[in-house]
Ligand binder design. Structure first.
Ligand code: ADP
Ligand code: MG
Length: 390
């Protein structure tokens, strides 16, 4: 075998879809010949696996015809684009999907839900991150058994903590114990951006984000910073909670975030001694709201003392007691969420272009001439435009 024979054989291999061959294109290099053994590299411009396969197959046939014995064809191709088809601004491009967990008010079990859904998704083979974006009440470290553990800092980047196979970050892990911060609009935006940009998240299938309660600056900033694949609303069955949850669903709609469904938490009570289920706050009362927003209740999670104990002790029920009724319901909810995420991506993904701020970077919407009457009267007051000036 000589280099001429090899090149002449490979020049019979056309680059798929073109009338020129791989040698003429200049794609063939690193030819190594050892007797009748040939190895070479073909550097192609397509990431499609079919292209690589066709070249490899045809090159092997041509070289065998030319008398080669052992043939090693290395294909160097660009990396496949990410599975997620979402578009728009994305400051954490290594994360394929973002699940925003919201509620109208605090105390309904949003953090508990975020933790258990994250664990259920990980148990189903997904690479999961859990971001505690509730800067007012960062409870995730305790619930994941990470209280008092400080993350490693690399330059100006921070490594996420790890628990139960999940990457975790929280303002609670960055602040001193019991410390409180008074958050102003611009600080909230900065914090959310840093959580996405400056935390060294791995290539994640999904980042579950536990939001502060309500519909404010944090929600808007998140939606503007990354294409949020899906929103999940957590509610309790009482009428007053439902009123607030409606606002949370309406926010998803306004931010163009597809709705994964509603989790009705504290839906009935399972007595630990008898296993009998009691109705306390009502049950299934979220259905009309689900219908109104063309979505579904993906789980009714009962009040179970072991859920609360699991939260306090950092031992989430879905991990510690997967055969419990609640864990099974979280697992089913996670399956439903993942199916919805796949559906959204199959249909072209999400796009956050439409929710980008219209003011140039660094200029607050409050300071533009477009909203002169909306100027806040004092520094503590919001202008009411949702620009985050308060
Ligand atoms: N289904 C449930 N059964 C028992 N306790 C629950 C349940 N859901 C939440 N809790 C408890 O209620 C409290 C509030 O829940 P949490 O997840 O912190 O709410 P949020 O994040 O919405 O403020 C926590 O102590 C939590 O352990
Ligand atoms: Mg919480």
């Amino acid at each position: 075998m000589t280099e001429e024979i090899v090149k002449s054989a490979l020049s019979k291999v056309l680059y798929p879809g073109f009338t020129k061959d791989i040698v003429t294109f200049g794609f063939v290099n690193k030819i190594v010949i050892n007797g009748d053994d040939v190895s070479f590299t073909v550097e192609i411009t397509s990431s499609a696996p079919e292209v690589a396969k066709q070249i490899k197959d045809e090159a092997t046939v041509e070289l065998m015809r030319a008398g080669a014995d052992t043939i090693t064809c290395n294909i160097k191709a660009p990396v496949m684009p990410r599975e997620s088809s979402s578009r728009g601004k994305n400051i954490a491009p290594q994360v394929k999907n973002f699940l925003m967990v919201s509620s109208g008010k605090g105390g309904v079990g949003k953090s508990t839900t975020s933790v258990n859904i994250a664990i259920a998704l990980a148990a189903q083979g997904k690479k999961v991150g859990l971001l505690d974006a509730d800067i007012y009440g960062p409870n995730i470290p305790r619930m994941m058994g990470l209280a008092n553990i400080k993350p490693e800092v690399h330059g100006n980047k921070v490594l996420p903590l790890k628990a139960y196979g999940i990457e975790v970050m929280s303002m609670g892990s960055l602040m001193e114990d019991g410390q409180s911060l008074i958050w102003r609009g611009a600080m909230i935006m900065k914090a959310i951006e840093q959580f996405l940009r400056d935390i060294l998240w791995s290539e994640l299938d999904v980042l579950v984000i536990d939001m502060p309660p309500g519909t404010g600056d944090a929600q808007l900033t998140l939606a503007q910073s990354v294409p949020v694949t899906m929103g999940l609303t957590v509610t309790t069955p009482q009428g007053v909670s439902l009123d607030d949850s409606r606002r949370s669903l309406d926010m998803f709609r306004k931010l163009n975030i597809p709705i994964a469904g509603i989790i009705e938490n504290m839906s009935g009570f399972i007595a630990p001694d008898t296993g009998v289920e009691y109705d306390i706050f009502g049950k299934g009362t979220s259905q009309p709201m689900a219908d109104e927003f063309k979505t579904k209740i993906i789980a009714e999670i009962p009040i179970e003392p072991s859920i609360r104990i699991g939260g306090d002790d950092g031992k989430p029920i879905t991990f510690i007691n997967p055969s419990s009724e609640s864990a099974k319901r979280y697992m089913k909810a996670a399956e439903s969420i993942w199916a919805s995420i796949e559906e959204v991506n199959a249909n072209g993904g999400v796009d956050n272009h439409a929710v980008q701020p219209t003011t140039p970077p660094g200029v607050s919407a409050c300071s533009t001439a477009a909203a002169p009457k909306a100027q806040p009267k004092s520094s503590d007051e919001s202008c009411g435009t949702g620009c985050g000036c308060h």
